[in-house]
Write a new protein. Structure first.
Length: 202
């Protein structure tokens, strides 16, 4: 983890025109770390403890900026605060609620009468509701409101999950399949779940 700033410096030198995916947004630079006082303030505000090694990262390395996709969100913002929309965003006051993997991973769009506009709106509103990501916090976006989250509360704390609701793909564990598509063509395709460190390094 301590080597990540050096790696970002290397990437910045290799890509001075910022042509890499997302580089125009984050410029291979991290926001200042929060320090212990800053991390503790976030945790007190929402009644949680951030999972390791994410906690150590935002405390000692950086609180946002360079990272997968268009870069890391700071830990104390909702997803739409960073990209200006509210499709599938987390509700930070729900962070203390345990993430319900059984409900979230089985999420589908219920059929609605296409001629009934109100029914369609209700169906989509329920599908995009923030309760499905209660206990998790958005880390980044890959464009088109496709986003990764880290589970903060519950048995899966520390695991990375993937919100594909804008393409009607539901919410799924982030594993090798997503890593090969969104991070690295050479990523192993194993179904093993990703931690923050594996997700960030990949």
């Amino acid at each position: 983890m301590n080597g990540w700033p050096d790696e970002l410096q290397r990437l910045r030198a290799l890509d001075p025109r910022r042509r890499g995916f997302g580089a125009l947004e984050h410029a291979y630079a991290l926001r200042p770390p929060l320090g212990e006082d800053g991390v503790s303030a976030v945790e007190r505000k929402y009644g949680v403890r951030l999972p390791e090694p994410y906690r150590t990262f935002v405390r000692d390395v950086g609180s946002g900026g360079a990272g997968p996709g268009f870069g890391l969100f700071p830990p104390d913002v909702r997803g739409e605060d960073e990209i200006g929309d509210d499709i599938g965003t987390s509700d930070l006051p729900l962070l203390a609620t345990p993430f319900d993997a059984g409900a979230a991973f089985g999420l589908t769009v219920e059929d609605a009468d296409e001629d009934d506009d109100e029914a369609v709106e209700r169906t989509l509103a329920d599908y995009c509701d923030a309760r499905w990501t209660a206990g998790a916090m958005y880390l980044n976006h890959y464009g088109c409101a496709l986003r990764a989250l880290i589970v903060v509360t519950g048995p899966l704390a520390g695991r990375i999950i993937f919100d594909r609701r804008t393409e009607l793909g539901g919410i799924v564990p982030f594993d090798g399949t997503q890593a090969r598509i969104y991070h690295d063509d050479d990523a192993p395709t194993a179904d093993a779940p990703y931690s923050f460190e594996a997700w960030y390094e990949r």
